[in-house]
Design a protein around this ligand. Structure first.
Ligand code: 5GP
Ligand code: MG
Length: 177
């Protein structure tokens, strides 16, 4: 595989699509076994997780539901930054086994803001499945339950992940150089 350029940035190959698909098959087998009989509700976080969610679901053979949600960030009144709002959650999550499908857990800030939003409901369980995880970048006590690949503290594109809006459609994953 060759290096690619997106806008001003150059990227080199990190994980090819065959490895990604093999790993997803393994994750699906694990989920099928852990969630059998629990009718889980998968909640995929748009935009980044759309490809991972689709590929993962092809391997899920147990009864389950999937829905897509989005985290909108609004600039708060405080200078400290933005506030995340969960949009598109139409399902009743009470008493459900929820699996959040995320593209990547980096600092863990997003998951740390998202998880308490379920406190107003009473889900039976909440687990996180993420395609990529950067343990060295984590600054919150978040532990993803299902991880596709652990990667270093570097910036990646492809397989749903973008650089300035581009690159989500790449089948392989590239890392910035
Ligand atoms: P966190 O809140 O855990 O720091 O980051 C989560 C979000 O940051 C991800 O859902 C993703 O949108 C973005 N992000 C974190 N690391 C990367 C990366 O290496 N590449 C891309 N394209 N996005 C990333
Ligand atoms: Mg994201």
């Amino acid at each position: 595989m060759e290096n690619i350029k997106i806008k001003d940035k150059e990227f080199k190959p990190l994980i090819d699509s065959a490895r990604i698909q093999t790993r997803i098959t393994e994750l699906a087998i694990e989920l099928n076994s852990d969630l059998k009989g629990k009718n889980p509700l998968f909640l995929a976080i748009l935009n980044g997780a759309f490809i991972f969610a689709a590929d993962l679901m092809k391997g899920i053979s147990i009864d389950c539901e999937i829905s897509f949600v989005k985290l909108a960030s609004y600039k708060g009144t405080k200078s400290s930054g933005s506030v995340l709002t969960l949009i598109g959650l139409d399902e009743d999550v009470n008493d459900r086994n929820i699996i959040i499908i995320e593209d990547i857990v980096d600092t863990g800030n997003t998951m740390t803001e998202l998880l308490p939003k379920f406190n107003v409901f009473s889900p039976r369980s909440i687990k996180i499945a993420t395609m990529f995880f950067k343990p060295a970048a984590l600054v919150n006590p978040i532990k993803p339950d299902y991880v596709g690949f652990e990667i270093g503290n570097e910036f990646i594109v492809g397989y749903g992940l973008d650089y300035e809006g581009l690159g989500r459609n790449l089948n392989d994953v590239f890392v910035a150089i």
